[in-house]
Design a binder for this molecule. Structure first.
Ligand code: FES
Length: 817
């Protein structure tokens, strides 16, 4: 195609009066007709309607067109429509360019027909300049492995695994602990229904254990994940259990003879277990294991009593970890949450007073399967407490010591606990110290009301300090009751700290392996908090449960179902098609510096810096943001469909005439460009001096584009993308920011005012802000003098020539970043 004569057809749309009302479309058509390589220019009333599309197809055939420009509305609305249209006429869908003369001209310059027409002509000229360089592109097909990995065996992971397996997919469920069940298995009752937690969860755990399509890998860790949607390669370490779980009959004889006694983690240390143990009676897999860290069997004096006691001979003290390699199409991350440790909050005395306990410790103390068989006692003297206080928001909603967010479940958990205590001890006095009670879910307010009706006292105010009477071990606290505006004093037998939830300690390790981002509060970041709440930004990875944010059991299960359904969409497909907008490497130019691999938000690029074998891009994993191409100083990476040459040609076309009157704005497709579209749809008026260049992400905007625009005489350049942390390519716009900041410094050195390069984050919903920024830019443009522009052109030309002379591109050893 490169040698073929370029034959462009331009189709100018009236869009009724939407465009023709304020743009002279006939003048635009005549103008387009004279542009290089344009062989036909046609005006339509409604180009997107069937007659309009038929006309495009007719002209493609009649004039042997091999590029098409449609000057109508935003590509965000009809790019697919016209791609399909030209494909039906036998052209590759990627040889189409849209010129948005509606959202960016007619609608935003309603009262200045001449200016709107001039701008529309420029927009068409820019589009034709790009179209001239468009190349056919081909979407790749990726085969899909029909299997899923679920990481984490709490209630969310269990539900996701069961849903996927029931839908006919092979599932590997990897759990770090020796049994699945997670935190839900440690709770006594659940709110708002007050049903027994393990009675609800136990049958689901058993379903996992016996499901023919679920391979449960407990006591196991993810070591490595590579690949991409449809084809992930996963390495799992199955830690040695030292008991063959397929043979163990759970007779318990190993534990009976085991001489090692240690605190039982599940019972929060209120009782003990042996080194040979089963985590809890309902554990799945239903088998014992040996805690080798404490077992005497590996010490010089081996005890080996368990070996003698085991009739089935299923204990092997020399068992080794196993590495298992899996191939899966999708991954669901359901690793749950951690519980806040209140030790740093010394004022509550958790580490000093035995009768101050956490809500998780309380769960075990009141549970029928707990260390006291469900008899609530206070730890110091094993007497039943009569006066019990709950302190809410411990480690939550605080900026200093704890976490700034609301942990979502603690209010309802305390309300549930208050009812449980009243069930056990109807005459107990219960006081709940709180900031707000958040009872927002189905049945929650009812439970709260029941708690108050049976006499639980709710006191609005948090105590500043808890002290202990050393004689009685009772706890004293003083609180300002903000409802009665009085200072109140309480003496209590036991205080329960309603501790918050937080990301699990090891989550960072997993997010590194999976190349995922975490939000400022440490939970994983979704692709979009509202529209794709269970998708990771990396295609093929999904979230379920508290790994995404604190949530209760019902919400965790709901989210698990959603993640399984989203996962099934991929697994049900034999093949996935992947967009043609991809990065490609020219290995003859690549210096193996590794910058591209560092900036790629998807881990799609691998570079062996030592071996210097050049960057290797996994096309299926590349999402097409273009950050690698923008950061490559050797011009070794090209972006398909958004090539350097195309963008440079757009800049040249925009600034060919009267550059001093133009502002060049690079807008990312998903946010800023969409914000501009919204300004158009909302008919917000702004000056007509801006010329827009669309890139998929602001990360694509290379320094050379900005410098080229200045060298061509642009008084002002805008780089604009999604707000930080909203980038549609994970964190690509962080690199945009760094790049622009770096350029500001260099502009200062060259004597160019850095203010002439503007950086703005504009969301798709910020049409008014977009228009406002356009107005501000025009004010700034007017202050840029022709002397400044000439000086800039001269300096940049000198820089460019001296760089070329020095052959700097080949010599760079230190990457920018
Ligand atoms: Fe908008 Fe990355 S997609 S800045």
């Amino acid at each position: 195609m490169a040698e073929e004569e370029v034959r462009i057809g331009v189709f100018v749309c009236d869009c009724g009066l939407n465009i023709a009302g304020s743009v002279d479309t006939e003048e635009v058509r005549l103008f387009a007709e004279k542009l290089p390589n344009v062989v036909v220019s046609v005006r339509n009333r409604y180009t997107c309607a069937d007659p309009g599309q038929q006309e495009i197809k007719k002209h493609i055939k009649e004039h042997k067109l091999n590029r098409v420009v449609v000057a109508s509305c935003t590509p965000r609305l009809h790019e697919i429509t016209f791609r399909n249209c030209i494909a039906e006429a036998g052209l590759n869908p990627y040889v189409l360019e849209l010129a948005s003369i509606r959202e960016h001209a007619s609608w935003v310059h309603l009262h200045d027909r001449d200016a709107a027409t001039e701008k529309a002509k420029d927009i068409v000229k820019i589009a034709v300049a790009r179209a001239r360089l468009l190349q056919p592109q081909h979407e790749t097909e990726i085969p899909v492995t029909d299997a899923a990995l679920v990481i984490g065996g709490g209630v969310a992971g269990i539900q996701a695994a069961l849903d996927l397996a029931d839908a006919g997919h092979q599932v590997y469920l990897v759990e770090e602990q020796p049994s699945i069940g997670g935190i839900m298995a440690q709770l006594d009752k659940t709110f708002p229904t007050m049903d027994c937690s393990i009675c609800v969860l136990g049958p689901k755990m058993m379903d996992v254990g016996r499901h023919p399509r679920i391979e449960l890998m407990a006591n196991s860790m993810i070591e490595d994940v590579s690949g991409y949607v449809g084809n992930f390669k996963v390495r799992v370490r199955k830690r040695a259990r030292f008991v063959d779980e397929t043979l163990c009959s759970v007779c318990g004889k190993c534990a009976e003879v085991c001489p090692v006694v240690m605190p039982d983690e599940l019972q929060q240390g209120f009782s003990s277990r042996k080194a040979a143990y089963i985590p809890f009676p309902q554990a799945v897999p239903s088998a014992y294991l040996i805690d080798m860290e404490h077992c005497l069997g590996n010490n010089p004096v081996a005890c080996a009593k368990c070996l003698d006691a085991c009739d089935k001979h299923c204990i092997d003290l020399h068992m080794q970890d196993k590495i298992v390699d899996l191939q899966v199409g999708t991954i669901i991350v359901a690793t749950g949450m951690g519980i806040y440790d209140p030790t740093p909050l010394d004022e509550y005395g958790y580490a000093r007073f035995e009768n101050v306990i956490t809500s998780m410790e309380f769960e075990r103390l009141i549970c029928g399967g707990g260390p006291t068989d469900g008899h609530l006692i206070r730890p110091s003297d094993h007497q039943a407490p009569k006066r019990i206080g709950f302190i809410q928001c411990v480690g939550s909603r605080t900026k200093n010591r704890g976490n700034p967010y609301c942990s979502n479940v603690c209010c309802m958990n305390t309300i549930k606990d208050s009812l449980l205590i009243k069930e056990h001890h109807p005459d107990a006095e219960i006081y709940v110290f709180y900031m707000d009670i958040r009872a927002f879910g189905k049945g929650f307010e009812d439970l709260y009301r029941r708690s108050k009706e049976i006499g639980v006292h709710y006191i609005r105010g948090l105590p500043g300090e808890v002290t202990e009477d050393p004689m009685t071990r009772n706890l004293r606290l003083k609180v300002e009751n903000t409802t009665s505006a009085r200072i109140e004093k309480y003496e209590l037998d036991m205080v329960i700290l309603s501790v918050g939830l937080e990301p699990r300690g090891h989550l960072k390790r997993l997010t590194n392996i999976l190349n995922l981002s975490q939000t400022s509060d440490g939970f994983v970041m979704e692709a979009h908090p509202k529209l794709r709440p269970v998708d990771a930004p990396t295609p093929g990875i999904f979230f379920a449960g508290c790994v995404e944010a604190p949530k209760d059991i019902k919400d965790s299960v709901t989210q698990a179902g959603a993640a399984a359904a989203r996962s099934s969409i991929i697994l049900n497909a034999d093949k996935l098609t992947s967009e043609a907008i991809k990065a490609i490497v020219d290995l003859t130019k690549c210096n193996s510096c590794g910058v591209c691999a560092k900036v790629c938000p998807y881990g799609a690029i691998k570079v062996d810096i030592k071996a210097k074998t050049g960057a290797q891009i996994t096309a299926a994993a590349c999402a097409g943001c273009g950050t690698c191409a923008a950061e490559c100083r050797f011009d070794a990476i090209a972006m398909q469909h958004f090539s350097d040459a195309q963008i440079m040609a757009q800049i040249d076309a925009a600034l060919e005439e009267e550059p001093q009157k133009k502002i060049i704005s690079f807008l990312c497709n998903w946010c800023s460009y969409a914000g501009g579209d919204l300004a158009g749809v909302s008919r917000l008026q702004y000056p007509p001096n801006n010329r827009f260049i669309r890139t998929m992400c602001s990360g694509r905007v290379a320094e050379k584009f900005i410098l080229h625009a200045f060298e061509k005489g642009a008084p002002l350049v805008l780089v604009s993308g999604c707000h930080i942390n909203d980038c549609h390519y994970i964190n690509a716009n962080h690199w945009t920011k760094r790049r622009v900041e770096r350029l500001w410094e260099r502009m200062k050195k060259w004597g160019i005012r850095p203010e002439r390069l503007q950086l703005e984050w504009i969301s798709a919903a910020e049409g008014p802000r977009f228009a406002q920024i356009m107005r501000q830019l025009e004010e700034m443009r007017q202050k840029v003098t022709s002397e400044e522009i000439e000086h800039t052109k001269k300096v940049l030309k000198e820089q460019r020539l001296s760089k070329k002379k020095a052959g700097e591109q080949e010599k760079v050893t230190e990457p920018y970043i």
